[in-house]
Structure formats: structure tokens, C-alpha cells
Ligand binder design. Sequence first.
Ligand code: ZN
Length: 132
Amino acid sequence: MTQPAIYRQLADAARAAAEKAYAPYSNYFVGSAVLTASGQVFTGCNVESKVLGGTICAERTALVKAVSEGHRDIQAVAVHCRNNEGWPCGVCRQFIMEFGPEIVVIVESEGGNLICRTISELLPEMPVGAAV
Ligand code: ZN
């Protein structure tokens, strides 16, 4: 898969967003950056709650920001986990799939290379959402 230059910018934005994470319980700092078809970037971080069901992951924070601002045509989602190579959890994979099977998920390896997979590769045999 070719890697447009914007993917590196998204990965950098996700890394910066991870510094804003509110993670007093897990100490797991995650950031995300979402690219829309219009070229806008929305970032998000994980926000934890003492009531675990209230916790939201960085990817969903960024996607909720994009969708709530009227952007449903999502092109790519970068994820960065401080100190780890972090991939979206199952809930986030399903949430990303809601907006299209070809959305590219970008994760930076510990060596600094970008690993890119479509959400269909990360969540095979799943129906896409109504938003597509
Ligand atoms: Zn998640």
C-alpha cells in the first residue's frame, strides 16, 4: 500500500494528541487523528472514567468530533499509543467500519515506520455501517 505524505502528518498529530489523554486508571496514553475527504483533520485522545463503561478510546473521540462537525466521509485514522505499538480495539474497529470498509488505519511501529491496513483487513467478514 502506498503511503501518502499526509499519513505521516496524521501519525504525528496522533502522537501529539496522546499527550492530552486522560488516563489516570490505565496510564495508557493514546491519541488519534482522523482525515476526512475534505482534507480536514480531527484529533482525539482516550478519556477514562472511574465507571469503565464511560471510558472512550482516542479513535472514537476523534471520529465523534469529525461526525459531529458534519464529516462522515472518513479516509484514514491514525492511532498512537505512547510506549507501545497500539492498534484499535474491537469496539473501535467496528466503529471505524461504520464509516467505510476502505478506511486506512495507520499505526506507527516502534521503529518509526508506518503500518497501514484497511479496516476491512483488520475486521474481515463484517458488514459496513449505514453511513456508507
Ligand atoms: Zn478502542
